[in-house]
Design a binder for this molecule. Structure first.
Ligand SMILES: [Zn+2]
Ligand SMILES: [Zn+2]
Length: 156
C-alpha cells in the first residue's frame, strides 16, 4: 500500500483511497459537510471566501476542489496559471503543464549550478587547447585529476 503524508496532521499513513489518515477522516468529513453546505448556498464563492466563512482551512477547501469533491465557481471556471494565464492543471499550484515543466527544469538547473564550483568550470574553459594535444582527452585537467584521485583511493 502506498505511504502518503496526511495533509491534516502531517503524519505518514498507508493510503487506501482516502487523502487523509484514518484519525483525521472524521474531521475531514465534518469539514467537507460544512464546505459543501456553504457552497450549496453560495455557488459563486471563491475557495478563499469558503475558508473564511466556514472556518475550514483554505488548503482543505482547495484539496476538496482538487479531488472534485466540491464544485464552486473556482472549480467550474478553469483556474488560470499564475505565470502565463493558460488553464492550470492544479488548483493548489496554479500552474499549467508547460510552466510546471519549465519551473522543474529551472530548479534542476539551479541545483546543478550550486553543486558545481564556478571557479573549476572557468579554469577548464580557459585552459589552453594546446595542452590537450597528446593526451587525447578533451579536458586533461579534470579527467587527469579524477584518475589521480581514483588511483590514490585504490592505493589506500
Ligand atoms: Zn491525519
Ligand atoms: Zn503557465
Amino acid at each position: 500500500m502506498p505511504i502518503a503524508k496526511c495533509p491534516r496532521c502531517k503524519k505518514l499513513f498507508e493510503k487506501s483511497g482516502t487523502t487523509v489518515c484514518a484519525k483525521c477522516l472524521p474531521d475531514e468529513d465534518t469539514d467537507y459537510d460544512t464546505v459543501r453546505e456553504y457552497v450549496g448556498r453560495h455557488p459563486d464563492c471563491s475557495a478563499h471566501e469558503v475558508a473564511e466563512e466556514t472556518g475550514v482551512d483554505e488548503d482543505c477547501v482547495l484539496r476538496m476542489i482538487d479531488e472534485g469533491r466540491i464544485l464552486n465557481a473556482a472549480s467550474q471556471e478553469p483556474v488560470a496559471c499564475g505565470r502565463c494565464g493558460q488553464p492550470a492543471i492544479s488548483v493548489t499550484k496554479r500552474l499549467c503543464q508547460a510552466c510546471l515543466t519549465e519551473l522543474n527544469t529551472q530548479i534542476l538547473h539551479e541545483q546543478s549550478r550550486i553543486k558545481l564550483p564556478p571557479k573549476e568550470t572557468e579554469a577548464d574553459s580557459f585552459a589552453p587547447a594546446a595542452s590537450a594535444q597528446g593526451s587525447g582527452a578533451a579536458t586533461p585537467h579534470s579527467s587527469g585529476r579524477v584518475r589521480d584521485t581514483i588511483e590514490k583511493k585504490r592505493r589506500v
